[in-house]
Design a protein around this ligand. Structure first.
Ligand SMILES: Cc1cc2nc3c(=O)[nH]c(=O)nc-3n(C[C@H](O)[C@H](O)[C@H](O)COP(=O)(O)OP(=O)(O)OC[C@H]3O[C@@H](n4cnc5c(N)ncnc54)[C@H](O)[C@@H]3O)c2cc1C
Length: 384
């Protein structure tokens, strides 16, 4: 059978495109998915409750071409997404002050997407191998069959978490059409440390709010010390903007160490500084500063202690693709039309979701992008 639209990948972006095309009606649509069940990453996301969007969303929360991101988000923004979900019986709840989650479970969202895509044919357990174009359409070959389609939406995601079916087929498809791509790299991942920072490894389990500066970005969130290095929301988002080079952490999250020491008087440093004692003790050890009354701190020690407000170091790397929530890189933004995510060079071929070189910070931004871009491509196909 020939389809008007073949959607490759039954994840967030692909399911939203399928739902939209189905609800608009009039076109034959299929989804080709390698797993036996669609929506694998939605199911495991946000601790099983899927953090689907955020109370504030803009192009500034993304690494990627701002024009493309703005254009796509404008077509299906956070309010539109929330309204779409609410109209289908699910009332997302705000947690941690900023993040929207499903009230009970991510399955609620998967059910909504699948119900909205009821008229769509699903080819499950089909591993996509190639997409070729001939005069009369596209041919999608899987390990089991070949399908013909007038339009193809590539929504095969990134390569993080290969354990749930992630592959780089989207980049291979783009490259087979001569479309520019940027290699995938792990993002929203913890960071590993060089030996000068190994003192942090003994702090596994401690978490507190910090501000991390990386390049032009300033990220205020919790940081978690982990066995392998550093993690937690602030570090995960910092990994998005970090390639190589240094990051700077304000462990006191804006409170001046000088003012804290001044107020401390005869209290010992580790008592006066409002951070977990285990952390301060390890920090003082690493600096070689004795824990003494604040009033006895020398000028030289003060300079060293000031690094609590601006601790600059070069991470060794990230925890890698097995732990990264997303992959940065993908199909180059400038290869796509900003109003549709259609390839500029190949009419009828669209790229949406994580396979595109657009990656969001932690906090629902990646699902927001996946849903908005899937919807954007579907609307364009439905309209032409
Ligand atoms: C543990 C974890 C937690 C996360 N939590 C959040 C969160 O709370 N909020 C947030 O915004 N983001 C979160 N993310 C990121 C988010 O899941 C992704 O950015 C999002 O799923 C991308 O949507 P997508 O449709 O582009 O790709 P995916 O959802 O990954 O879908 C791609 C689909 O393509 C299929 N596929 C790939 N290759 C092939 C092939 N060769 N043949 C057939 N099918 C194939 C895959 O099986 C998959 O179903 C999380 C990610 C992880 C790993």
């Amino acid at each position: 059978m020939e389809y008007d639209v073949a959607i490759l990948g039954g994840g967030a972006a692909g399911l939203m495109a399928a739902a939209r095309l189905n609800e608009r009606g009039g076109l034959s649509v299929c989804v080709v998915e390698g797993n036996a069940k669609p929506g694998a990453k939605i199911r495991i996301s946000g601790g099983g409750k899927c953090n689907l969007t955020n109370v504030t969303v803009s192009e500034h929360n993304y690494l990627g071409d701002a024009t493309l991101v703005r254009s796509v988000l404008k077509r299906f923004d956070d309010s539109a997404l929330l309204n779409w979900v609410r109209a289908r019986g699910c009332e997302p709840v705000v947690r941690k002050a900023r993040y929207y989650f499903c009230p009970r479970s991510a399955e609620e969202l998967i059910d909504i997407l699948l119900k909205s895509a009821e008229g769509v044919r699903f080819f499950l357990g089909h591993k996509i191998e190639t997409v070729r174009q001939k005069e009369n359409g596209f041919f999608v070959t899987t390990d089991k069959t070949t399908l013909k389609a007038r339009n193809v939406i590539v929504a095969t995601g990134g390569v993080s978490y290969a354990s749930v079916g992630a592959t780089d087929i989207g980049l291979k498809i783009a490259e087979s059409f001569g479309i520019e791509t940027v290699p995938f790299r792990p993002a929203l991942a913890g960071m590993t440390l060089q030996k000068e920072q190994f003192w942090m490894k003994d702090l596994s389990g401690i978490s507190f709010p910090v501000t991390i500066h990386v390049g032009e970005k300033r990220l205020r969130e919790d940081m978690l010390f982990a066995h392998r290095g550093i993690s937690g929301p602030a570090v995960l988002s910092a990994s998005l903007y970090w390639e190589k080079g240094t990051v700077t952490i304000d462990f006191l999250d804006g409170r001046s160490v000088e003012a804290v020491l001044k107020r401390g008087g005869n209290k010992k440093i580790a008592t006066a500084i409002p951070l977990p004692k285990r952390f301060i003790t390890a920090f003082l050890d690493a600096l070689g500063v004795e824990d003494k009354p604040c009033s006895a701190v020398t000028a030289e020690e003060k300079v060293m202690l000031k690094t609590l407000n601006a601790y600059t170091f070069a991470p060794a790397g990230t925890f890698g693709f097995t732990k990264a929530e997303v992959s940065k890189g993908g199909v180059a933004c400038n290869a796509l039309q900003p109003y549709s995510c259609e390839s500029r060079g190949v009419r009828g071929l669209y790229f949406v979701g994580e396979v595109v070189d657009v990656t969001g910070e932690l906090g629902g931004y990646n699902f927001q992008w996946a849903f908005a871009s899937g919807r954007c491509a579907a609307d364009h196909i439905g309209a032409v």
